[in-house]
Write a protein that binds this ligand. Structure first.
Ligand code: C2E
Ligand code: MG
Ligand code: MG
Ligand code: MG
Length: 289
């Protein structure tokens, strides 16, 4: 059986590429089955204020664990779900779950949650309305949610750029904040910043590298430039993948506002986040006493 016989558009038969294609196809089929089951779940990673060390938000990250216990990385299956179109259903599932978890977090701690939104989801003209309805149903204001989009959102949807901007604007009019994820890795960061309504610049993890830890002037210059850009545009800056205190200190020195990463906390089920927030609250009330 050749790739050509499968009619998938692969013109030249390459056994390796074919095996990969078939594995991806099987993975997407498994993902479709996983949708209604407990194989899918959400984890939350705290986002801290670099000045005070306090948790001020959390990022919702999708997790998929196969029935045999093997985890599948979202970095692997999300792009496949985007290609197959399954991201629409998957994204709706994520938003439903996040709104449920967020209702508890908001009521107890006024903690906002950031959620990753794929470019494909924003192409749907009903996206923002549905999301706002969902929030309303669980009694949440727009301020409880932050939508993370990547810079590629406009590159991959050039013809739908207007739709995307309208959706983002609608969300923002209702208090939902917009963060640009993986900032600095896209094609033309500056041009998109002018087009998109944005509140938060989320610096890609590659900038929070071992080189900034080692004090490389060039690497530090990149971070400083992004932080300064954020400041002059009146945007909040957030560094991801912070793994050490030295990295956190450098970011703090450069004036970066927020950070997340293994140094502070790993992504974990919502119950863990409640524990951390409860500990933070009792700590601050005992400090006041
Ligand atoms: P992202 O949005 O940039 O998420 C940050 C990634 O960095 C997460 O990977 C997180 O687990 C990881 N991370 C956190 N702290 C550290 C650290 O200290 N060091 C390092 N090296 N990594 C750290 P994860 O959970 O595997 O997600 C990968 C990507 O998959 C995300 O990148 C996002 O683009 C996508 N993704 C995850 N969940 C969703 C979702 O619900 N919807 C959509 N559309 N995409 C999602
Ligand atoms: Mg993200
Ligand atoms: Mg990111
Ligand atoms: Mg990233």
């Amino acid at each position: 059986q050749t790739a050509r016989a499968e009619g998938n558009g692969v013109a030249v038969f390459d056994p390796g590429a074919y095996a990969q294609w078939r594995a991806n196809r099987d993975l997407v089929a498994d993902l479709q089955h996983a949708l209604g089951t407990d194989e899918l779940s959400m984890h939350y990673q705290p986002i801290v204020d670099l000045e005070t060390g306090r948790i001020v938000a959390a990022e919702a990250l999708l997790r998929w664990t196969r029935p045999d216990g093997t985890p599948v990385s979202p970095a692997h299956f999300i792009p496949l779900a985007e290609q197959s179109g399954d991201i629409t259903l998957l994204g709706e599932w994520v938003l439903g779950r996040v709104c449920t978890d967020l209702a508890g977090l908001w009521e107890a701690y006024r903690l906002p949650v950031t959620v990753n939104v794929s470019a494909h989801q924003l192409r749907d003209t009903g996206f923002a309305t549905r999301l706002l309805e969902r929030l309303g149903q669980v009694g949440l204001p727009g301020a409880a949610l932050i939508a993370e989009i990547t810079e590629t959102v406009l590159v991959t949807t050039v013809t739908d750029a207007a739709t995307t901007i309208v959706q983002l604007q609608q969300l923002r009019d209702h208090g939902v904040r917009i963060a640009i994820d993986d900032f600095g890795t896209g094609y033309s960061s500056l041009a998109y910043l002018r087009e998109l309504p944005v509140d938060i610049l989320k610096m890609d993890g590659s900038f929070t590298s071992q080189q900034i830890e080692a004090g490389s002037p060039k690497e530090i210059a990149f971070v400083r430039t992004i932080v300064d850009l954020g400041r002059s545009l009146d945007l909040c800056t957030l560094a991801e993948a912070v793994e050490t205190e030295t990295q956190a200190q450098r970011l703090r020195d450069l004036g970066c506002h927020l950070a997340q990463g293994y140094h502070f906390a790993r992504p974990a089920p919502v119950a863990k986040l409640h524990e951390l927030l409860a500990a933070q609250r009792s700590h601050s009330s005992s400090n006041r006493a």
